[in-house]
Design a protein. Sequence first.
Length: 71
Amino acid sequence: METVLVQINNNNAYRFLKGLEDLHLIKVLKKSIQSGQKLSEKYAGKLPSDIANELQNYVTQSRNEWNKRSI
């Protein structure tokens, strides 16, 4: 037996898998997504403050340029 991870994109696919399970061809296992540590907590203090400030300024400038663009 082999276990694979499948992403269900619509209800029809899920019903199809449940049908295969009813025929005892597969077993559908539920995998709950665990909410782990927030990324802000995980990476807090990882960048030196001067680099973090420089990055934040760059992001702010990029967003401003994006918002000012004319299409």
